[in-house]
Design a protein around this ligand. Structure first.
Ligand code: NAD
Length: 368
């Protein structure tokens, strides 16, 4: 297809994955297609297999062709991976290994998870209204280092039985790189970074704190404070409004980002972005939800919000990203709900209808 020079074709690789992955991804692609029809941004979509579906077809969770496709893309959109059929496989043959492989091979070292409360869903949270009203925070988690990747690790036989062990190490380069991402994002937000570690006990955290403090000097307009991870876990439920950007390592980030996510009430609402120097992958926070797969009840909003992040961070299309985010808020304000966020007096809609409603709203936003 011949395109005029001001039309940008972005190559998006779509990995629907398992369970509800294909259902929610279809709705996000629908929204991107509406963006393409109503702006000068154009997309080409290529589909790949990853997770349980790849195990079924090729016997491995992340085939080489899928990885190559992703390496040649402008952005990757992933649904979810995981299928109970493979739960008893050895760890390298489990669907979830596709995720770790993609993160590692694409160099996706920064995981961004916003937790923002949609006012019309305030009652979905288990916390008091006055605690969560207006929260808008972003967890920046280091994704390719720390205890999930450091060597040595394993399970060895000892005279006292088996011993499982892992290593937690971070070097200056890894800490500097993720800290810069957090400070740069803070510059576009409320200019506050809270770095989370366990420097009272762990040497790796002592280096983390020293390097983050050093990096902060390059960003004099951003306020930096440090919290121990146990205190941060407490503060997130006590007073989450104090946070703007939370910067932390892989293990602490895994736990804290789920905690932050639940402040907003529903896992079906939460997007994420994983960014590297060259590549980026966008996916909802939730898993493959095998309990509801194929029923047409899954909430597609997390995946739709993930493509808003794609537009913002990979394609620098803030207007289109905001059109999607505002459209999600409008559809919720109009009272439409999927089953997981259903409230009395609201209209229950299917996965597809929710996608159609957001797509229609995006069209209106872009044409007004
Ligand atoms: P899950 O997120 O899949 O589901 C947890 C609960 O939330 C379930 O009751 C599910 O029905 C519900 N839920 C999740 N997403 C929803 C949505 N969009 N709309 C409505 N309800 C939704 O977590 P799980 O049950 O612990 O894991 C299921 C599988 O997913 C496992 O194999 C796990 O390893 C995998 N997993 C994958 C990812 C990923 O691909 N990024 C993340 C987490 C879990």
């Amino acid at each position: 297809m011949k395109t005029s020079s001001n039309i940008k074709v972005k190559k998006i690789v779509v990995l629907p994955g398992d369970g509800i992955g294909p259902e929610v991804v279809a709705e996000a692609v629908k929204v991107l297609s509406v963006i393409a029809e109503n702006s000068d941004l154009k997309f080409s979509f290529e589909e790949g297999i990853a997770g349980g579906v790849a195990l079924e077809q090729q016997g491995i969770p992340l085939p080489e062709e899928t990885l190559k496709l992703c390496q040649q893309s402008d952005a990757v959109l992933l649904g979810a991976v995981g299928d109970p059929r493979w739960d008893n496989n050895p760890s390298h043959l489990r669907p979830e290994m596709a995720l770790l492989g993609l993160r590692e091979k694409l160099g996706l070292f920064a995981n961004l998870r916003p937790a923002k409360l949609y006012p019309s869903l305030i009652d979905a949270s288990t916390l008091k209204k006055e605690v969560i009203e207006g929260i808008d925070l972003l967890v920046v988690r280091e994704l390719t280092g720390g205890i999930y990747f450091s060597q040595p690790k394993g399970i060895k036989k000892t005279p006292n039985g088996e011993c499982g062990f892992n290593t937690l190490s971070y070097n200056t380069f890894e800490i500097e790189r993720i800290a810069k991402v957090a400070f740069q994002l803070a510059l576009k937000r409320r200019r506050k970074v809270t770095s989370v570690d366990k420097a009272n006990v762990l040497e790796s955290s002592q280096l983390w704190r020293k390097v983050v403090t050093q990096v902060a000097k390059e960003y004099p307009t951003v306020e930096l404070n440090h919290l121990y991870v146990d205190n941060c876990a407490m503060q997130l439920v006590r007073n989450p409004k104090q946070f703007d950007v939370i910067l932390t390592g892989n293990l602490f980030g895994d736990i804290l980002s789920d905690e932050a996510a639940m402040l907003t009430g529903s896992i079906g609402m939460l997007p994420s972005a994983s960014l590297g120097e060259k590549h980026a992958m966008y996916e909802p926070v939730h898993g493959s939800a095998p309990d509801i797969a194929g029923l047409g009840v899954a909430n597609p909003l997390a995946t739709i919000a993930s493509v808003a992040m794609m537009l913002r961070y990979s394609f620098e299309q803030v207007k289109q990203a905001e059109a999607i985010e505002n459209s999600i808020a409008s559809v919720l304000e109009q009272g439409y709900r999927t089953k997981d966020i259903m409230q009395e007096g609201c209209h229950l809609v299917s996965t597809q209808t929710m996608g159609n409603l957001v797509a229609e709203q995006v069209k209106q936003h872009l044409n007004t």
